[in-house]
Design a binder for this molecule. Structure first.
Ligand SMILES: *Cc1c(COP(=O)(O)O)cnc(C)c1O
Length: 441
């Protein structure tokens, strides 16, 4: 098996993470359970940050909190000195409640509401990543009412196709996000915002997609943006203080994935950006990046308890676990692939092939197709790796399944950071019927 971060095997032959026996975790906290290797998150964070420092480039590494947002997670990000991206009032609320410095919060989103904008202005967040003309008017209007100014980045779509799954591709021209760089919308947005007293244009932003394994796409996007920056410098005397190149750095979900180390992404991209700045004789801006998945993805493991199985002769063996698309919708949503082991004997040789089914009432609720697996029986614990990004974040209550608990493990200690939902939580907002619709009066 492939070990992530601090994962190992103890003298009982059990999978351990952060020095904690996963079988004990399953016993103590129940399953399904998300387990985060916080040391690995710290390592990833430092990998990005330190490379910028070594290259002598002023930077902000902003964690895209949509990948996994919770009070404890945001506090961990704070400990590592990163900045934070939020894309909704809810993510902003979580960050503020976690005590995160608002100046280091960047607000994304293609349809921020007036309430969300007002909330962010009241909290004095660091910057808004402005996505469209509607938002320019809305934001400047609310700033005016409040007598405030807002720092902004303009989100541009540079028209780069990142090689990844279509559904999670955002840098192309046919995208719901951002101002198009090629058709003149980005320039129009710049001219408009430079003119508005309430808005201070810090610079430009792009995000070309997710789960990207090469630096070519990032570099092409940077080239397009820097070329425009040079034009806009001459035309409008606009100097970008910030160039934000987004997130999307890939991780290893299965043996077929070959990501680069965080520092390697930064090194390659920055080297090219520096030489372009020289070429165009522009002042080097601050470089911001926004890793989400690459900070938390492979640091997360989901533990399930194995339940029923079904043998379809000459077709397939199904093995069902006590979770599924309610705690990990990615396989159903974008055919995401994962690896897993029986946590009581992670190193035992695979003896058969099974497909891991969830417990939801959907045929599409499959977690892993064709997983080579060792001997197993009902009651064993299955550990699915790399579920730390967009797992809990996309968890839902389909079939009224309560959302699992989350624990952080480090140095042999486990800490519960999100409690498991209970049935009471599920009906908390339900109201009983008061009116006898259609009944006799
Ligand atoms: C989703 C997103 C990210 C993070 O993407 P990952 O693939 O998780 O690194 C960063 N920036 C923006 C604008 C995003 O939408």
């Amino acid at each position: 098996m492939h070990f992530y971060g601090t994962s190992s095997v103890n003298d009982k032959g059990h999978l351990t993470i952060g020095g904690v026996d996963t079988i004990e975790l399953a016993k103590e906290f129940g399953t399904p359970l998300y387990v985060y290797d916080t040391q690995l998150i710290r390592e990833r964070a430092r990998g990005f940050k330190q490379t910028f420092d070594q290259l002598g480039v002023t930077s902000q590494v902003a964690y895209a909190s949509k990948a996994f947002s919770s009070i404890a997670m945001i506090q961990l990000i704070d400990q590592e000195g990163l900045s934070l991206d939020v894309v909704s009032g809810g993510e902003l609320y979580t960050a503020l409640k976690a005590g995160f410095n608002p100046e280091k919060i960047h607000f994304h989103g293609n349809n921020k509401s007036a309430e969300e904008i007002a909330m962010a202005l009241d909290a004095d967040i660091g910057c808004f990543v402005v996505d469209n003309f509607h938002e320019i008017n809305l934001l400047s209007g609310i700033c005016k009412e409040k007598g405030k100014t807002a720092s902004i980045l303009l989100r541009v779509t540079p028209g780069i196709e990142a090689h990844t799954h279509d559904y999670i591709l955002t840098g192309q021209e046919d995208s719901k996000f951002g101002f198009d760089l090629q058709n003149g919308q980005a320039e129009e947005a710049l001219v408009k915002t430079l003119d508005l007293q309430q808005l201070h244009v810090l610079g430009l932003h792009c995000h070309i997609g997710s789960q990207i394994f090469e630096t070519t796409g990032f570099i092409m996007a940077a080239e397009k943006m820097i070329e425009k920056m040079s034009v806009w410098k001459q035309k409008y005397n606009f100097s970008a203080e910030v160039l934000n190149l987004g997130g999307g750095f890939g991780i290893r979900y299965t043996k077929d994935d070959e990501p680069l180390a965080p520092g390697k992404y930064v090194e390659d991209i920055i080297t090219r950006v520096k030489s372009l700045m020289d070429e165009y004789q522009l002042t080097m801006p601050e470089i911001w990046i926004e890793p989400g998945r690459s900070l938390t993805g492979d640091a997360g493991t989901t533990l399930y308890t194995v339940g029923s199985s079904k043998h379809v002769p000459e077709v397939r063996n199904y093995l069902a676990v006590d979770g599924g698309m309610s705690d990990n919708i990615r396989p159903a949503l974008y055919n995401a692939r994962y690896e897993a082991v029986i946590a009581n004997r992670p190193e035992a040789k695979p003896e058969s092939v099974v497909s891991i089914a969830g417990k939801c009432c959907e045929s599409g609720d499959m977690l892993i197709w064709d997983l080579p697996i060792t001997m197993h029986s009902s009651g064993d614990v299955l550990a699915v790796f790399c579920t730390g990004a967009y797992g809990y974040a996309m968890a839902n209550n389909y079939n009224r399944i309560p959302r699992p608990a989350v624990v952080f493990v480090e140095n042999g200690e486990a800490e519960l950071v999100i409690e498991r939902e209970n049935y009471e939580d599920l009906i908390r907002h339900d109201l009983p019927l008061k009116v006898q619709h259609g009944g006799q009066k």
